[in-house]
Design a protein around this ligand. Structure first.
Ligand code: HEC
Length: 134
């Protein structure tokens, strides 16, 4: 096989691979993929916090107030649709980072994110106190 044919061959397989992964991502993105796309830029998975509280803090605080799955998911969906300072659980975060902007994300995507967050178990960094001490 000539150099050129090799190149064309690998280009074709690359294209096939990327169409396949794009296909599955656009038809059926997981809650985690959506989280990474929609939320992780602000809510990092690994502290230190940048411009917003890290994800474990959101999940911990929201679970404290809304322990059931349905109420947890509803709370996240409602919050993302319309963040309001007087509705915030993490009032300290509002003071520190400013209110989360209204992002206009599709509700079905935020719902998938919320379901993923509910069943996730993010590790709290050491030295930040034990669960439920705030
Ligand atoms: C542009 C940055 C940004 C993006 C993107 C973002 N957030 Fe936030 N979010 C913030 C900031 C800043 C706060 C802290 C202040 C506050 O509570 O409003 C916050 C707070 C929160 C809270 C805590 C609310 C409370 O009760 O105090 C939740 C829950 C939350 N975000 C969920 C999400 C989810 C889910 C996504 C993705 C769908 C997301 N955020 C995307 C900036 C962002």
């Amino acid at each position: 096989m000539s150099q050129r044919n090799l190149l064309i061959g690998s280009l074709i397989s690359l294209t096939l691979m990327s169409t396949m992964s794009m296909g599955s991502a656009s038809t059926n993105p997981s809650g985690e993929q959506l989280y990474d796309t929609l939320c992780a830029a602000c809510h990092v998975k690994t502290p230190p916090a940048t411009i917003a509280p890290p994800v474990f803090a959101l999940v911990d605080h929201t679970r404290d107030m809304y322990p059931g799955k349905v109420e947890f998911v509803t709370r996240i969906v409602d919050w993302v649709a319309k963040p309001q300072a007087d509705q915030a659980i993490m009032t300290g975060a509002v003071d520190k980072f400013g209110l989360m902007p209204k992002l206009g994300y599709p509700e079905d995507q935020v719902r998938l994110v919320a379901e993923y967050l509910y069943k996730s178990d993010f590790k709290k960094p050491k030295g930040q106190g034990s669960k439920g001490d705030h």
